[in-house]
Write a protein that binds this ligand. Structure first.
Ligand code: PPS
Length: 380
């Protein structure tokens, strides 16, 4: 019996051994496949996380600091009002029809070698709208080493013009000698969020001039300009609220008594947001900020000297080239007179409560702006 059973037991023993070996082999393959799948999943997840954080950082750097979002972005109705921009463009940038000033004040400086040819600008005055951009470019145009554009070209902020391409843009410029700097000013560039990206794509070395003034004063000037403009002009498809409503009615929501975040005039006075956007495309050293309050209230040669230094051209614009016109209340050019009648108004008066409400809304934006640019402008 034992002899009969022994081979059977051996066979069954061998069978169970084989089964155990094959179970072991299958289990080890299963584990290997599982590990490979697990590894692939981890890699995919990790790459998703990395890409997402990179996107987040890019988004943050384009639209402002992440911490800004809690305080500032909530109070931000979004981009500039396009209809308003059209209205502004219809006037070539706010009554900017000043003539070019001749550059032959100083013979030595005026003598430039080489042939004058059309080229793309070396420098842009980007705004801020109603910051004193016209005064700035008009004064700079007296410098023999500077050539400027007349009317605002509004190339980067106007999709129709932008679509015409850089050759078209170049064609809008005046011929410039090799040792002269060409400056274009369009006061709306500062406020349109896609502009710096476009400028950088054309010339990453572009020098940027930004002139800012007390944001409350700027808002008042912005409102007054649009009101005057609307009274004298019609823009198809756009009803100017400035014609129907007072500044107080536009800036304050009359139901809640709170600031009206949708009001474009106020939005454009939030310098931090727009400057941050420019600084995410251009280094701080490439952006020179002019104090528009000072350019208007002190002899302009003080602020202009800093611009000359920034542009790397000889100091030429001197105190005696300007005088204060007591009737107009602004500085004018000794040899040619004041800016056109569209520039330089006595601001209207407002109730102190209104002024304080708007100023306290702007204050955190101003503080962030001071921090960002490294200078305290001391606005109330
Ligand atoms: N010297 C001199 N002469 C006249 N005006 C001067 C001057 N310096 C600064 N300003 C102030 O410039 C304000 C107009 O700003 P902008 O030229 O940037 O306006 S625009 O955006 O181009 O339309 C303009 O605003 P308003 O006073 O509301 O007209 C002036 O306050």
């Amino acid at each position: 019996m034992w002899r009969i059973l022994r081979p059977i037991r051996r066979r069954s023993h061998e069978r169970s051994n084989r089964m155990a070996v094959s179970a072991y082999v299958s289990a080890s393959w299963f584990l290997r496949i599982l590990l490979v799948v697990l590894f692939c999943t981890i890699i995919t997840l990790l790459s998703l996380v990395v890409t997402d954080s990179a996107n987040f950082l890019t988004r943050s750097s384009k639209s402002g600091f992440p911490e800004e979002s809690s305080m500032i972005e909530k109070s931000d109705p979004g981009g500039a009002n396009e209809a308003e921009q059209r209205a502004f463009q219809a006037d070539g940038g706010g009554g900017n029809k000043d003539t070019q000033y001749s550059n032959v004040f100083n013979k030595e400086l005026a003598e430039s070698e080489g042939e004058a040819v059309k080229k793309l600008p070396d420098c842009l005055i980007i705004g801020a709208r109603k910051g004193g951009t016209r005064a700035l470019i008009t004064f700079l145009a007296m410098h023999p080493k500077i050539v400027t554009t007349g009317d605002e070209v509004q190339f980067f902020n106007n999709n129709e013009s932008y679509a015409k391409g850089v050759e078209w843009y170049k064609d809008q410029m005046l011929p410039t000698k090799p040792d002269q700097i060409l400056i274009e000013k369009s006061a709306e560039y500062f406020h349109v969020l896609y502009v710096p990206e476009r400028v950088k794509a054309m010339d990453p070395n572009m020098k940027i001039l930004l002139i800012i003034r007390d944001p409350f004063v700027r808002m008042v000037s912005d409102y007054s300009f649009l009101r005057r403009f609307a009274a004298a002009n019609q823009v198809e498809g756009y009803d100017f609220p400035e014609l129907k409503y007072s500044l107080e009615e536009l800036a304050i929501n009359n139901e809640t008594g709170e600031i009206n975040l949708q009001y474009g005039g106020l939005h454009r006075s939030k310098y931090y947001k727009f400057t941050k956007n420019w600084m995410s495309h251009f280094p701080r050293e490439q952006i020179h900020i002019i104090n528009g309050d000072r350019l208007a209230s002190e002899n302009p040669s003080i602020e202009l000297r800093k611009v000359e230094d920034f542009l790397g051209i000889p100091n030429f614009l001197s105190e005696d080239m300007f005088y204060k016109d007591e009737i107009k209340g602004f500085y004018c050019i000794t040899s040619t007179g004041c800016l056109g009648k569209e520039k330089g108004h006595k601001p209207p008066e407002f109730e102190p409560e209104f002024v304080e409400k708007v100023r306290s809304f702007l204050r955190p934006h101003n503080n962030l702006f001071y921090e960002l640019v490294g200078e305290d402008y001391g606005w109330e």
